[in-house]
Ligand binder design. Sequence first.
Ligand SMILES: [Zn+2]
Length: 478
Amino acid sequence: MSSDVRCQAATYSPSLVERFYRGIVLPGFDSVVKGRKTFQFADELNQSQWWPVEKIEELQSRRLSSLIEFCWQHSCHYRDAWTQAGLKASDIDSAGDLSKLPLTTRETMRDHASRIRTWLHGQASVVKSTGGSSGSPLRFTIDTEANDRRVAAALRGYAMAGGGPGTKQVHLWGGAIGDQGPLRAAKEYVYSRWLNRRVMLDSFGLCDSNAERFVRQINRHRPDVLVAYTNPIDTLSRIVLERDLSVHQPRAIITGAEKLHVHQRQRIEEAFGAPVFETYGSREFTLIGAECSEHAGLHLTSENLIVEVVDEDGRPTPEGEEGDIAVTDLWNRSTPFVRYLIGDRAVAGLERCPCGRGLPLLRKVVGRQLDMLPTLDGRRLPGEFFPHLIKDFVSIRQFQVVQRTIDEVVLKVIVDQRWSSEQADRLHALVSEGVGRTTRLRIEEVAAIPVTKQGKHRVVVSHVVERSIPQVSRAEVA
Ligand SMILES: [Zn+2]
């Protein structure tokens, strides 16, 4: 794809309808009906992204000092952990001091949740959960204002790709699992379609035999921007090319939830004739990084987060080398995440982008790929299906899906005392919906789940996929 085409998404002129939604409908609904500050924060972020890097670093250091002081005062866990390490809050004055503090694992967040959680009178928060791409579910809270800030950062990140608020979008995304009930489904429909100009297509249901229906829906809605899970949009692109299907050309394609490999980007761009923009995020932090039209790396959400790449002792990894990603959330006070190991790995070294934004670029995220499960009925079920579903089963401490043959899937679960046979039956029914009812599915309660040679836990292990993934993909996953 030529660089001219790749830059188009950033230089388009918004239509009148788009401006009406962006300027009046969406901010009005957000502030007046919902009482949120999302659009105010988005406007601030749209300004600060162009600040010089030094000014952004100064902002980070100020917000970090305030967070650390708050944790010292109100979070028993952090105060104890830092005291044990011989530190006090005043030792952390800037982002550069952060590496003095111990790392926080997902297990710590889970096992010490009540001592990490802060309880201030009048602190409004929302509860979130993640199935965990590392296979260990987690429940946590976010202050409502911190939540508005992270939604604002997601709006800013999508806007870098030309997919800001008010643009007409089709989302090929994880659909609702189980019976939602007609009222909730109707509410979702109105919220997505009428308010946000968004058409939702269920990526879990995509297969070779119904792919043309997905193409017809995209052609009918003619979105400005396609937002998609990486593997389903790649599958759809393969089919478009193989069958020489005529497909609507959006302005941009935004991928997320799964790692985007180079060969996938090329195939998607060839099939849709539009530039692909990779995003990186998680349930804990929403959008962590997003590509601009230079496609030079992922611009970090530096006003809200500090992202480090570290070795196993928590020291910064030398530039160019791979390490674990640790994230500190500068806003969430109700469940503070400080140097939290998210379970992904990246190549260290922050770079400047030719676009002129002061937000540094994360070079490359690695080790986030969840295997796909080929199913008997011809689909390729994204591994994301499982964390998406299991996040609602609070009694499951850890899980792993193993597909030995195409018609046999074993779901291993480590459960606590809240687990029951009713839950097992419900889980069985829901997973069967995804993997296909003719597949033999067994749920095994186990005491431990083995890790890989690198000490990593794999959520989805498909021996069927492993034989068919192209060499380039395996090299990047390793
Ligand atoms: Zn840039």
